[in-house]
Design a protein around this ligand. Structure first.
Ligand code: PA5
Length: 429
């Protein structure tokens, strides 16, 4: 299970203060989550143990069909409607998944920008290969994904004809309402539901994440099992709850002026997890003119770009380091001449070197005034990834409630959407 190591926070926050905040504030926030009448969007909390088995069977069937008849799956969605699937795909397969030899389709993410150049390149990448589309939008009216869907739908219809194209379109949307739901029902697309009480950034364990991941051959049952393990283990009101520790440490550090949190990962496979994490915390907590600003880095690469700032720049930073156990099988060879002077590492694993770097960086940052919270997990597998994502969603909800905001709304996102629609309708800008 996940462990939160707060030893790198204690030089900044006295332990008794942290424990007080856990006992009083974190557990009170947890009570508000479980009471069931304080917030509207709590469906994600119990989803892993209560997943609709019929929906799960349909996801497996749809992904088997996509794998049979498509070389490419285009996943259209933005924000919470794609970041989770992308993060898990990269964690469990690779950021270079599409380049790997495999018997599952390539997966391209679209509809998360408005760039014509990006669209053109995607079309070129698909070429004349057979493809299907999974359009994901809870509201069914988000401009970026709706625009991309219109483009890809017309491409599908040109290539396969309207009827056959409909058999290649999978719509994941609100269970009852919205433009996409209506269109999907009218056109006969295969439909998957995002329950009304689950918001975008908490939806990775619905068909939003599960259908694309299943198409990549990822064991989605084990992913759900991991989430269920975390759900059970975090239902604990004691001071040992790792989510309480994480939430309370962040809040105490924010009170001390540490207003930016850097999420640091230690492998390229984890970079997109940082993007998912940023959206989860940013959209859940940044409200009412308060909130910790979430940033992300990938070490050790970013130590050579952001390292200087983190060590000696403005002292408003805290750091959360993801430390996942790595396989020990890549070993440093011994060389006869030792011309690079690295024979002292001969026989050591790359995982060992990475661990040394983690300790060295955390120690340096702490002594430079950047508190460090370590989130420790086992080797990256479907099960541990399920645990990790659930852990962050749960800790984020607790932390946001502790800060006095509703973790599940995003009223601020509407401002740009309204402006953009107005400008586009008027046609003058
Ligand atoms: O977390 C959220 O709710 C948002 O990031 C949404 O996922 C994002 O805006 C996309 O919305 P929709 O799924 O309605 O297209």
């Amino acid at each position: 299970m996940i462990k939160t190591d707060i030893s790198g926070v204690l030089p900044f926050v006295p332990e008794h203060e942290l424990l007080k905040s856990i006992r009083e504030d974190a557990s009170a926030a947890h009570c508000r989550l479980t009471e069931g009448n304080s917030f509207d969007y709590l469906g994600w909390m119990y989803l892993p143990g209560r997943f609709d088995m019929d929906e799960l069977r349909r996801i497996h069937e749809a992904s088997a069909k996509i794998c049979r008849d498509s070389d490419v799956l285009v996943v259209i969605g933005i924000g919470g409607s794609y970041l989770g699937a992308k993060a898990v795909l990269e964690l469990l397969r690779s950021p270079e998944y599409n380049l790997m030899p495999k018997d599952t389709p390539d997966i391209y993410f679209a509809g998360n920008n408005l760039s014509g150049e990006h669209f053109k390149r995607l079309v070129r990448l698909i070429g004349d290969r057979d493809f299907s589309v999974n359009v994901i939008s809870k509201s069914g009216s988000t401009l970026e994904s709706a625009v991309a869907f219109r483009l890809f739908r017309s491409m599908l219809e040109k290539r396969y004809g309207k009827e056959k194209a409909a058999e290649r379109i999978y719509a994941t949307t609100d269970s009852t309402c919205g433009a996409l739901r209506k269109m999907a029902e009218e056109e006969g697309y295969t439909c998957f539901s995002i329950p009304g009480d689950i918001g975008g950034r908490y939806s990775v364990f619905t068909a939003v994440g599960l259908l694309p991941l299943s198409c990549a051959g990822i064991d989605i049952d084990m992913l759900l099992k991991g989430a269920e393990n975390a759900m059970n283990e975090l239902d604990d009101c004691s001071e040992k709850n790792p989510a309480y520790l994480y939430a309370a440490a962040r809040r105490k550090l924010y009170e001390l002026g540490k207003t930016t949190e850097i999420f640091a990962v230690w492998s390229p496979e984890q970079r997109s997890l940082g993007e998912w994490w940023k959206q989860l915390f940013g959209e859940s907590e940044g409200k009412k003119n308060i909130g910790i600003f979430p940033a992300a880095v990938e070490y050790s690469g970013d130590l050579h770009s952001m390292g200087q700032y983190i060590q000696e720049g403005r002292r408003d930073l805290m750091e959360t380091m993801l430390c996942a156990r790595e396989p020990e099988e890549v070993l440093m060879p011994e060389t006869e001449k030792d011309d690079d002077g690295l024979n002292y590492l001969a026989g050591r694993s790359l995982a060992y070197v990475n661990r040394a770097a983690q300790k060295a960086v955390a120690d340096a940052h702490i002594s430079g005034g950047v508190p460090c919270i370590k989130i420790e997990t086992g080797e990256i597998t479907e099960e541990t990834v399920g645990e990790l994502l659930y852990f962050f969603m749960f800790a984020c909800a607790i932390s946001a409630i502790m800060s006095g905001v509703d973790p599940f709304d995003q009223p601020g996102v509407e401002a740009y959407k309204k402006n953009m629609k107005e400008l586009l309708r008027k046609g003058k800008f």
